[in-house]
Ligand binder design. Structure first.
Ligand code: GLU
Length: 507
């Protein structure tokens, strides 16, 4: 078998949705599992949807995910150019469109937008509310099937705007084997005569995907299931241009579902979770959509959770490194049904991955997030000690600041409401005496602090449990964090006393 070559073929039109990253991932895992190559081809032929900066953004996302293409416009390779707009300049698509016309499989169509609109109105019926440009209607339109050769040549010579359309056979059954779904059959009579070459000379996706997959020697193609309806067009183009046996094996990946059907960008805003890999700023609307990266996900967790959205290893195992995924991935364990994205489960993955990170690795990841904060990152030893205390309490990398800042700076706000209802003179007196006892400790340390606290509580006949929560709020500001005496030990004697004194004024 020839070397496996797969491609991710994004259109640079905006943020990279998690469904897109999963497509990348399945391509990549499949290729690497088989010792093959992973190629990125930029499908930028739709100039109306082209967005400046979107291509670089896609590469940034792949880099963040730890997925390195073997060939791409940035990485080079022997099958370039890897941008369709550059391939168009070389006349690559035109020559195949010409061949299709010559062989009678495609034709020129000169209909103006107004004429197309009129067709849709004139032929609208109750049974067929949206008539298509197809074998029923093509002979009623202005194209090289209805005009004679001279008329066609004339129109072209005059520079009349035109497109090239495929001439779909009237009554054929087109079948192919999908790697996930098995045999797929389509009736050609139901498919319209899709445009292959646009008026601006750019190919549409239908022509470009076939030509480029052929020229780039792609062996397996993974794409979203939204492409299933146009698959018969692609199968026919393969047959007409290169031979059906040369076609890559297709896999149409299931949709990723959100809380209300297909997971959309708007779902993110609605339900408060990210849908893009990284922050995406729409420079037309100035709208910023938060990414998984900026939310505080680890890339390892992100690809782990995406891999499991539609695939499983056939065991109970849920946590996989990239290397394990490469080793275990197999297409027969990808299911064809939609995969539901569960944000709570996504958080679980991230939390598990954070718990598993070595302390120094965690430090390296959070330093950029806290370098301008009040946390002193220059004292590596202290920082790593605190990380050891709070890391496992972080669901996101971005939780670290809130979980740890009180080790570095006196909290400004105290959760007074948590203490107030049960606060009394007795407790106040306890803490006043506690301060004195703390000042007298010579060897500041966990045991000494705990002894002083417990003995005094016994002496005053107050349950230690009733005093620990106020002490925690005094030191931390809220009701969270590692054991309270560990906190006191770490912030030091003077700071502990200062925080208790401050809090007593407020309670
Ligand atoms: N440019 C297409 C898209 O963004 C690619 C589909 C494919 O992988 O063939 O959906």
């Amino acid at each position: 078998m020839s070397k496996v070559r797969v491609r991710f073929a994004p259109s640079p039109t905006g943020g990279l949705h998690l469904g897109g990253v999963r497509t990348v991932l399945y391509n990549y895992l499949f290729a690497k599992n088989k010792g093959g190559d992973f190629i990125v081809r930029i499908e930028d032929t739709d100039q109306a949807r082209f967005v400046e900066g979107a291509e670089q953004y896609i590469f940034d996302c792949l880099k963040w995910c730890g997925i390195e293409p073997d060939e791409s416009p940035l990485h080079g390779g022997e099958y370039g150019p890897y941008r369709q707009s550059e391939r168009k300049e070389l006349g690559i698509y035109q020559q195949y469109a010409d061949k299709l016309i010559k062989d009678g499989h495609a034709y020129y169509a000169f209909d103006t937008p107004e004429e197309l609109e009129k067709m849709r109105n004139d032929f609208k019926t109750a049974e067929n509310p949206s008539p298509q440009y197809d074998h029923h209607l093509r002979m009623k339109m202005k194209n090289s099937l209805t005009l004679n050769e001279d008329e066609v040549n004339n129109l072209i010579a005059k520079g009349t705007r035109h497109v090239v359309r495929i001439k779909m056979p009237e009554n054929e059954i087109i079948s192919f084997t999908d790697m996930i779904r098995g045999e797929i059959k389509n009736e050609t009579s139901l498919v319209d005569d899709k445009v292959l070459l646009k008026a601006d000379g750019m190919p549409t996706y239908h022509l470009a995907v076939v030509v480029d997959d052929y020229l780039m020697e792609i062996t397996h193609a993974f794409r979203g299931e939204e492409w299933l309806p146009s698959a018969p067009v692609h199968v026919l183009l393969w047959k007409y241009l290169f031979g059906a046996d040369k076609m890559p094996e297709w896999a149409h990946l299931p949709l990723i579902l959100g809380p209300s059907g297909k997971l959309s960008k708007r779902d993110g805003a609605k339900y408060g979770f990210p849908v893009f890999a990284m922050n995406w700023l729409d420079n037309k609307t100035n709208e910023l959509t938060e990414g998984f990266k900026e939310k505080g996900f680890l890339p390892e967790a992100f690809i782990n959770l995406l891999a499991l959205l539609g695939w499983n290893a056939g065991t109970e195992q849920e946590l996989f490194t990239k290397e394990e995924l490469i080793e275990k991935f197999s297409i027969d364990r990808v299911h064809s049904g939609g995969a539901k994205f569960d944000y709570e489960k996504a958080k679980w993955f991230n939390h598990e991955w954070i718990k598993g990170l070595p302390i120094s690795d965690f430090r390296f990841r959070i330093e950029p997030l806290i370098q301008d904060s009040k946390i002193d990152i220059s004292d590596t030893e202290k920082l790593e000690k605190i990380i050891g205390l709070v890391k496992d309490r972080c669901t996101f990398l971005t939780d670290f600041y809130d979980q740890a800042s009180y080790f570095f700076v006196t909290p400004e706000i105290l959760d007074v409401d948590a203490v107030k209802p049960k606060w009394n003179e007795e407790k106040k007196n306890f803490f006043l005496e506690f301060i004195n006892k703390l000042s007298a400790i010579e060897n500041w340390g966990l045991e000494a602090i705990e002894d002083v606290f417990k003995n005094l509580a016994t002496e005053k006949n107050i349950k230690p449990g009733e005093l620990q929560m106020p002490l925690r709020v005094m030191l931390v500001g809220g009701k969270f964090g590692p054991p309270v005496f560990v906190i006191a030990e770490n912030i030091g004697k003077a700071e502990t006393i200062k925080r208790i004194e401050n809090a007593l004024k407020v309670f």
